[in-house]
Write a protein of this length. Sequence first.
Length: 246
Amino acid sequence: MIELYGACPGFGLPDISPCVMKVFMYLTITKTPFTWKAQDWASMATDAPYGKLPYIIDTDNDNKRVPDSSLIIEYLESQYGTSLDKKLSAEQRAVAIAFERLIGENLYWSCLGTSRYLSDAGWEMYIPYLLQHSPPDGSTPVPPELRAFLDAYRQSILDDFVGQGMGRRDVPCIVEFYKRDIDALAAYMGDNKYFMGDEVHTIDAAVYSMLRECADQPMQWEGTGYIESKKTLIAYMERMRAEFGV
């Protein structure tokens, strides 16, 4: 059995992390038996091989721990033969890799880095989801020591945001990068049933997860609504949700 360790559910999604969502979707698409488990934040540095989410534990393989969404998928392919990309040509695989990098290295930071971490209002709205408060409306008090931990976590993400490069730009520039990337996804997919054609592939797990995380989150920012302006992307998300139930 695969145990997938993630952050927490939110926004109507099984996990608020697009990287965890990517693995969740891949496991769902490939019909691989798994259980999702919430990671204890206090022990993540020692539990997670890379000190971050996601990671899996394969209880059928000596409790092997595998970190990183891409490495997890590679492991599942090699260990359980779950590949969705056997029919892709070398050129198509190259395109899929390029779009996966666009999603993980650009869209993650332009959308989520800005809306959840850079924006003070977005961060305050995000905290109740991180803490699983019910309702997540900010009405539940946060103890000072926990608040200090959360603010330090936020600062570490913002440091990464700047270090990655996206965070060195001003917000209007970030929004333009975001829109160009969404335009690229919409233009490439066109009227395809799935991102690369009539069959679902690994890249769909990444594309769908990031689109849902950006479109469904309640945090409003300068890029809010842009995905919704792309009818092909909305139709794609509706098809994926209907087919896979996520």
